[in-house]
Design a protein around this ligand. Structure first.
Ligand SMILES: [Zn+2]
Length: 740
């Protein structure tokens, strides 16, 4: 009996192998791919992840610093040893933003001088490092002011409305705002304060959001301690990312530069981050009206809005000389299709040590490249070229990736298949995967072939995270999870805030974003370090290792696929969801789809009806029809491609034609003029709000929210045209398949 059982098992496992299906692969290629993946997955090790993590977290390494530049050389040397080729260190000369000095003191009603430093934590030797910077925000202007301090909650526009309703103006004053949950980008808070005429902005971390109110604080737990300061940049990179003086072109040495006064992304306001320890004396001594309930925090006394009684003196001195940033690039040239690129990257620069952000990602990247090098030594090369980049200055304004993308935009437009971004690889055990909708199914499928430390498949673990977040709301993420199908896991709503931006929004390259999240209260502070990672974030470096494995599996599937694994039926369903959400959020002015509602748009709103030629409101029915056409072309193509792959007979010439067409779809979502008011951002499906929050159908949505109907109609027409073009493209590809 026993031998028979074994024989049966062998037969079954052979059957399983024979039926192995990977999106984009013929059965024979899939079996080969699984062998490659098994070899790849066995290479990354927790010990090596930890060793690399220690190299990167040894010293502070902000953008442009000597240490960060040394790390660029270190990466280039390691990649050489690992077997990567064509290693280049690209130099970009960018507008520099470095702190010289800062001073903040309360001068009335009592005196208090802010520490603006974080101080050592027991047990964490790195926290004693004298190279740790004081409190500063990238892109603050230099200046000096003595003025009253007003508490403006999260510093969003509605907060200033409330102050106005209480008779409080912030003109010429210093506003004290707090980091907020849900996340709102501090650059948006700075722009809002600037627009309100404030002289300066102080931003602090209330323990309600990331400190003792959430749980144990560092060094006893993962949350932010009393003295932690959340640094960060306030660049208006939601207008245009990268070097503010070279909007839309690369800051290669000698490039033309516009005066900083003309740069739309350069803030014109002084700004400084402070710990709650430094914020407390200010909040405690404020008078004026009591702040509303949802403006209160966890400091144990009632917060007030302030008056002219409390005065502070603030002086900030910055160094803004032009300085070089360095992007390291390395490749594993493709064996069969060297001119098709799978690009991937992680930023190197950190606010201080960068335990999570970004050195967890950097360590994972170094293991990715080591494993790719090992495969190469075994004679296993990807079919397409893998391009790996270590970005600089992400924290300042997505600068390195933006300049590199702008420099190579033409080439990337022709050659790039996809971009995979890993920023923070690990701050805890909860997987978060982002994908443009066409790549969501391939990402989900890839997670089925991996196991999380509990032994579950990563897919199962991810599903539990998504289900939990649906119930409770996301725990610490700045992104919201949402899918179209009820079992969809990938977050297909992609905002800004990391290095994928230039690829998706400027060049039209499909993107993936990978990382694990958890309770993380030390973001951008000196305490985001090796100690924190080893005690709270990922003590065994298992999630670092898993990130490397998933990173490699997704990169190798994209690099080796016979036919690129894009699913445009899923894309269509997502676009429909985006349009439905827009309609649901603007019910009174939009005709919903499917022809079910037939109200005359002219009767929907009549307040602005002075000219009958341009009726208010928007009719989305023809847009829905265009989505339906795109979806049915996508479904038809999906099944034709699946059949073709299943047949195992794929002519290389036909594959080349199909892949070229499949790559073109994402490019077709770009509008050359960009979204209204923000021409650098060209993608018409994906954008970001000024807060960095995702914003679907950005041009159309912003026009609808402003009730600017001529622009809304024009944006709807642009979207409809892009849908038609892509439908036609898919139909053409279908015909080529049928002709075979
Ligand atoms: Zn980061």
């Amino acid at each position: 009996m026993i031998p028979n059982c074994i024989a049966l098992l062998i037969t079954l496992s052979f059957c399983a192998a024979a039926q192995a299906q990977i999106l984009g692969f013929t059965p024979a290629s899939a079996a080969h791919q699984l062998e490659i993946e098994t070899k790849f997955k066995s290479i990354p090790s927790p010990d090596e992840e930890r060793r690399q993590h220690r190299v990167f977290t040894q010293e502070p390494h902000t953008a442009g610093s000597k240490r960060n530049n040394e790390l660029a050389n270190y990466i280039a040397d390691e990649w050489k040893k690992q077997g990567l080729e064509d290693i280049v260190i690209h130099r970009y000369d960018v507008y520099g933003t470095n702190p010289k000095s800062a001073k903040l003191e309360m001068i009335a009603p009592t005196h208090y001088e802010a520490l603006l430093r974080e101080g050592p934590l027991p047990g964490d030797d790195d926290s004693k490092n004298p190279a740790i910077s004081g409190a500063w925000l990238g892109m603050s202007v230099s200046g000096e002011v003595t003025a009253p301090v007003i508490y403006a909650h999260s510093g969003n526009p509605e907060d200033y409305d409330l102050l106005r309703n209480n008779g409080i103006s912030v003109k010429g004053k210093i506003v004290l705002v707090r980091y907020s949950n849900p996340y709102s980008y501090r650059g948006f808070k700075a722009l809002t304060a600037q627009r309100e005429g404030a002289a300066a902005m102080l931003v602090y971390s209330d323990p309600q959001e990331d400190g003792f109110k959430k749980g144990k604080v560092d060094p006893d737990g993962p949350w932010g301690p009393e003295y932690h300061v959340q640094r960060g940049a306030i660049t208006y990179d939601f207008m245009v990312p990268g070097d503010p003086q070279t909007p839309g072109w690369a800051s290669v040495p000698g490039a033309k530069r516009i005066p900083i006064e003309e740069a739309v992304s350069a803030p014109k306001i002084m700004a400084l981050p402070i710990s709650w320890h430094d914020a407390k004396p200010f909040l405690e001594n404020m008078d004026g009206p009591a702040a509303p309930k949802d403006w209160q925090g966890a400091l144990g006394f009632e917060y007030h809005l302030g008056s002219d009684r409390l005065k502070a003196h603030l002086k900030i001195d910055m160094d803004n000389g032009v300085q070089p940033y360095y992007v390291v690039e390395g490749r594993v040239p493709g064996s069969e299709l060297p001119d098709e690129w799978v690009v991937t990257g992680n930023h190197r620069d950190a606010w201080v040590f960068g335990g999570v952000d970004p050195s967890s990602g950097t360590a994972s990247m170094m293991e990715l490249t080591r494993a790719l090098g090992e495969l190469k030594k075994q004679g296993i090369r990807p079919r397409r070229t893998l391009v790996v980049c270590s970005w600089d200055g992400e924290e300042i304004g997505l600068t390195g990736s933006t300049e590199w993308g702008e420099q190579f935009a033409e080439e990337l437009r022709t050659k790039a298949v996809a971009y995979i971004n890993v920023d923070e690889a690990t701050s805890g055990p909860n997987f978060h995967g982002q994908a443009v909708a066409s790549l969501a199914p391939m990402l989900e499928q890839a997670t089925r072939s991996l196991h999380d430390p509990s032994g579950k498949t990563l897919y199962e673990a991810w599903k539990e995270v998504v289900e939990r977040e649906k119930k409770e709301g996301p725990q610490s993420s700045q992104f919201s999870s949402s899918g179209v199908a009820s079992d969809a896991l990938a977050d297909t709503r992609i905002g800004s805030g990391s290095d994928h931006t230039v690829f998706l929004n400027f060049i039209g390259i499909p993107v993936l974003g990978l990382g694990f999240e958890g309770n993380y209260g030390v973001y951008h502070s000196a305490y985001d370090d090796f100690y924190w990672m080893n005690h709270f974030g990922d003590p065994g470096y298992k999630y670092h290792t898993l990130t490397t494995q998933l990173w490699g599996v997704t990169a190798l599937r994209l690099a080796n696929a016979d036919l690129l694994p894009f699913d445009f039926a899923t894309y269509a369903a997502n676009v429909r969801q985006f349009v439905n959400d827009l309609a649901a959020n603007n019910k009174s002015v939009i005709q919903s789809g499917g022809g079910a509602v037939a109200k005359n748009p002219t009767t929907a709103r009549t307040t602005h009806g002075e000219s009958g030629a341009n009726p208010d409101g928007l009719d989305l029915r023809s847009l829905h029809q265009a989505i339906e056409d795109f979806e049915s072309a996508g479904k038809k193509l999906n099944s034709a491609l699946t059949n073709k792959l299943a047949s195992g007979q794929l002519d290389p010439q036909l594959a080349a034609t199909l892949n070229h067409g499949l790559m073109q779809v994402e490019r077709n979502w770009l509008s050359p003029d960009g979204i209204p008011g923000r021409p650098w951002f060209k993608h018409i499906l994906y954008g970001a709000r000024y807060t960095y929050a995702h914003l679907e159908l950005p041009g159309l949505t912003e026009a609808v929210e402003k009730q600017d109907w001529p622009t809304a109609k024009q944006q709807a027409a642009i979207l409809e045209r892009a849908l038609h073009n892509n439908t036609q493209l898919l139909r053409d590809l279908n015909q080529r398949l049928e002709a075979q």
